[in-house]
Design a protein around this ligand. Structure first.
Ligand code: COI
Length: 359
């Protein structure tokens, strides 16, 4: 038997107010949202309602002490109208990892998947089909106790909303390799997708952007000598010999796109190495001409190339007029998502037919 979710549909969709194929990123939201509450040790009151503001008390503990986590994932619709999610169970796994790290309750697969299925089924017309576009889905959880003291909240809210999106980055990136500020420290919460990691990154990112860069490329907090990730995505370094990406530690986010790139490259027989990549190695590869390409990977960012990195005030420019590996991977990922080639990795999860019937 499927889970009981109360559904309160909008009387009138807002979709005709938008050109959903051309909406940019993160500004337009679909008609509905999912919510449920964690009370007395159980997730209760599962519901889908019209998208809108929610009442919050000024004492809400998430606002003060930051127990707040989120995920980013996408659903795709192909020309034939077939809808599928990209690796949703990986998002659930990471959400539950973040929840454990932040002393928050976990979600069952049933609640997570039913929330996604029902919400996307209701708002299926909001999924753009243009290449590079998708329905971005934001599951998130936050602490809701009304209490001033610092302690783990006993109550939480889990919600999901969605928005049609085009590309997050519309140009190649210029990144500043960070030498002073730290995103994640050993033993810290860098591997959790928690709101505080993004808040703490804003000031160094603002400084980098004021200096003309798009993003900070973080380095390890202890020595500032090894690459970690950018503020929105993981990073890959392509040399003549191999593709490298920083190995996972408790300081960086285990990206699902990162994992997919690694799986694809292994399957394609290309040498892919997960290891600590030092800034000095990167500069040596650049100077000797063996550095071919750098790209970032993320749900929002997809795969986006880095055209320049800056270290200690010096710019290192990458040639962009080559046959970019990132483009080859993007084509394969797009073809899998659109059902144009077989999904040999079993990444896609179809929108269930029962859900579509509910419309
Ligand atoms: C994502 O890629 O989904 C993220 O959560 C990154 C965010 C900065 C948009």
């Amino acid at each position: 038997m499927s889970l009981e979710i109360t559904i309160n549909q909008v009387e009138q969709t807002r979709i005709s107010s938008y050109d959903i194929e051309n909406v940019g990123f993160g500004k337009v939201f679909t008609d509905h949202m999912f919510s449920c509450d964690f009370i007395d040790g159980k997730w209760v009151d599962l519901r889908i309602e019209p998208f809108g503001k929610i009442p919050l008390s000024p004492t809400l503990s998430a606002l003060h002490y930051g127990q707040a986590i989120f995920e980013g994932m996408k659903a795709f619709k192909n020309e034939a109208g077939h809808v599928s999610f990209f690796r949703p169970l990986e998002n659930l796994k990471r959400l539950n990892f973040s929840a454990e790290r932040m002393c928050m309750p976990t979600l069952t697969e049933e609640i997570f998947m039913e929330a996604l299925q029902r919400l996307v089924a209701l708002d299926v017309n909001w999924i753009p089909v243009k290449s590079g576009s998708a329905l971005y889905i934001r599951p998130f959880m936050f602490a809701t106790d009304d209490f001033l003291g610092v302690k783990q909240s006993e109550t939480y809210k889990f919600m999901v909303y969605a928005c049609p999106v085009n590309a997050y980055y519309t140009h190649y990136l210029k990144v500043k390799i960070e030498e002073f500020y730290t995103r994640g420290a050993q033993g810290g919460a860098g591997a959790a997708k928690c709101a505080g990691n993004y808040a703490a990154a804003m000031y160094p990112t603002k400084l980098a952007q004021q200096a003309g860069f798009d993003q900070v490329l973080w380095t390890d907090g202890a020595t500032h000598t090894f690459l970690e990730e950018t503020g929105t995505s993981n990073v890959f370094v392509v040399t003549k010999d191999a593709v490298y990406t920083p190995e996972l530690t408790d300081t960086l986010l285990a990206g699902i796109t990162r994992k997919s790139v690694i799986e694809y490259l292994k399957d394609a027989g290309k040498p892919i190495i997960e290891k600590h990549v030092s800034v000095s190695e990167l500069i040596k590869w650049h100077e000797e001409g063996s550095l071919l390409e750098m790209f970032v990977s993320g749900t929002a960012a997809t795969l986006t190339n880095i055209e320049l990195f800056n270290y200690k005030g010096k710019d290192y420019v990458l040639k962009m007029d080559i046959d970019l590996l990132s483009n080859q991977i993007k084509i394969v990922f797009n073809d899998i998502r659109m059902g144009l080639i077989p999904d040999r990795f079993n990444w896609m999860v179809a929108l269930k037919e029962y859900a579509l019937i509910n419309q």
